[in-house]
Write a protein of this length. Structure first.
Length: 289
């Protein structure tokens, strides 16, 4: 089992280039990626997406890619523009009668006199570095998600065991609820008829009707089946979060049905306790990939 929360970082270097990738993930219904790349590495976005898709199935991922490169630009002088600046400075001195202190330092500060032309990026080499750094970051991310997933699994199994205990209690209390109802009906009839004889068969028919109405055997059997299925799915590899979420919904539905059928206070308390545990399970399942 894997959690959807984690963090990973990777770095790759080669030939004066350095790529760093950081990935942060939180829970999400689907796979959602927010990739932030330097403007010069826009061509590498598909490389990042494909690397993530090959490893991650669900979660919201914030992915940050940093790029450093040794200075490989070529510096050149715009001769014509520099000459124009010098000529203009000389003319200003003659016209205004001032000294000419326009030197090389001032000239190089003028706009677009010095030109720096960067060499074109080797996209194939850069993409290879991005892929390597992303793989390293994903390895760390998956390791953290697996570690947290293990803790989630233990917590989920503990809560499901608690639900099983409540189901066992309901199964033991249900027959007593029918017997209590039968005795209560007999007492009420005797009280109302003042010990006058009454039709025992009619009473048993009413008790049978009530027993059928409040019977929760089927619901208990289905709930136990869902609990067993939940435990089996937890042991599966791969993406199990959505499947577990559906099972929890079914567990909640059966528990609600049991609660609506039974009026006994002890059973009602068991149902409330079970629903509390199911809600905790539902919240935890939202973090499972």
């Amino acid at each position: 089992m894997k959690s959807m929360t984690g963090y990973g970082k990777g770095v790759a270097e080669s030939a004066g280039r350095k790529v760093g990738v950081e990935i942060k993930s939180v829970n999400h219904r689907f796979l959602d990626m927010n990739i932030k790349l330097p403007r010069t590495l826009g061509f590498a976005e598909d490389t990042v997406r494909n690397a993530v898709k090959s490893v991650i199935s669900r979660g919201h991922l914030d992915i940050y890619v940093n790029y450093e490169r040794e200075n490989t630009g070529k510096v050149s002088l715009d001769d014509a523009l520099a000459r124009d600046y010098c000529t203009m400075a000389a003319k200003a001195c003659m016209k205004l009668g001032i000294g000419n202190d326009f030197g090389v330092a001032e000239l190089f500060k003028m706009p677009e006199v010095i030109l720096v032309k960067e060499e074109d990026e080797d996209e194939e080499e850069v993409c290879a570095l991005v892929k390597e750094a992303a793989a390293s970051a994903l390895q760390g991310l998956v390791a953290m998600r697996e570690k947290e997933g293990g803790m989630l699994e233990r917590d989920l199994m503990e809560k499901v065991a608690n639900i099983s205990v409540f189901v066992d209690k309901v199964e033991k209390l249900a027959p007593a609820n029918v017997e209590e109802h039968k005795n209560h009906m007999r007492e009420r009839i005797c009280e109302l008829l003042n010990d006058v004889a009454f039709d025992e068969a009619r009473l048993m028919n009413e008790v049978a009707f009530y027993a059928d109405k409040v019977a929760v055997d089927e619901e208990i059997a289905r709930l136990r089946s869902h609990i067993a299925h939940f435990a089996d799915v937890c042991k599966e590899s791969g993406t199990v979060g959505k499947k577990l979420d559906f099972i929890v919904q079914e567990m909640n539905r059966e528990t609600n049905t049991i609660g609506s059928k039974c009026s006994d206070s002890e059973i009602a308390q068991c149902v409330i306790d079970a629903k509390c545990e199911i809600e905790k399970v539902r919240e935890q399942v939202q973090n499972v990939e």
